[in-house]
Ligand binder design. Sequence first.
Ligand SMILES: Nc1nc2c(ncn2[C@@H]2O[C@H](COP(=O)(O)OP(=O)(O)OP(=O)(O)O)[C@@H](O)[C@H]2O)c(=O)[nH]1
Ligand SMILES: [Mg+2]
Length: 284
Amino acid sequence: MMTECASFAACRVKVSLMGKRVWLTVPTYNESENLERLVAAALPELERIAPGDHTLLVVDDHSPDGTGDIADRLAVEHEAVEVLHRAGKDGLGPAYLAGFERALAGGAELVAVMDCDLSHDPRSLPGLVAAAEQGADLVIGSRYVKGGGIEDWPRLRRTLSRAGSTYARLLLRVEVRDLTGGFKCIRREVLEKVEPTSLRSQGYVFNIELTYRALLAGFRVQEVPITFRDRQYGKSKISLPIAFEALLLVPRLRRSAREVPEVQDALASPDGEPEPEPATRTTA
Ligand SMILES: Nc1nc2c(ncn2[C@@H]2O[C@H](COP(=O)(O)OP(=O)(O)OP(=O)(O)O)[C@@H](O)[C@H]2O)c(=O)[nH]1
Ligand SMILES: [Mg+2]
C-alpha cells in the first residue's frame, strides 16, 4: 500500500497521533508473574476486536517486584503496549483514573478495564466490547448474573463478595448484580460525563461509584456473564481496610447523589422534594 510517510518512524508517529479506538487499561502492583501471561492472552483478543486499532495500557505504581520493567520490555516488543508509570502505590481508584485520562487523550471510543491477575479471562473481552458496540454505555463482566460464576474461591470469600454486592445494590436501589467487579468496558461518553476526577474512592468503591453515577446520569448499563477465577500467582492487594471503606462509603454515595450536577434534575420529584428514583436502567 502506498504511504505518505517519509520514513517508518514518521509513520509510527502519524499512527499514534491518529489515536486508537479501543483501549484496555490494566492496573498493576506487584504482578511480575502475571503481566506477561496477561499481555500474551489479551493482545490476540484485542487484535480480533479492533485490528490495528487498539492499545493495551499498563498502569504501574512503581511495583517493587519489577513489574514496571517487564511492562517496558513488553512495550518495546509489542507496538500496541504502552506503559504509564506512577510514582508509588496510590490505590486502585487513582490508577484507573490515570489510565482513563491517557486513553481518552489517545482517542479511545471504548475503554476496557481488567485486573492483571488473570481472574478476568481475556477471552471474555470480545463479549464485553460487543455489548458496548451494540448499544450499552457501560458493560460489566458479571459473576452474579445467569451464566456467570466464580471458580475456586473459598466459600467465605464468595459469600463476602456476594454480600457486598447485595448490600450496595439494596442501599443504592439499583438492579446491577455485580457492583464491585473490575472487568468492564466503558464508552468514552460515560467517562467524559461522570467526571472521573471527582470519583474519590479507592478499591471496590470506585467500581461501585462509577456504575452508580453512570446509571444516575441516564447511561445504559449491561451485565455480561463471566467466570471469575482465583489468581494463580502473586498476592491479592485487597485488605480489610479497603473492604470496610467500601461498606462505609456506600451510604455516602447515595447521599451525595443529590450533589452530582448531572442528576439533580433527574432526582427532583414533581412536588420539588428531591427523592432518588431507583436507578434501574440495566439489562442482563
Ligand atoms: N496501579 C495499581 N494497581 C493496583 C493497586 N492495587 C491493586 N492493583 C491492581 O489491581 C488489580 C486488582 O487487584 P487484586 O489484588 O487482584 O484485587 P482483587 O482482584 O480485588 O482481589 P483478589 O481476587 O484477591 O486478587 C490487579 O491487577 C492489581 O495488580 C494500586 O495501588 N495501584
Ligand atoms: Mg484479583
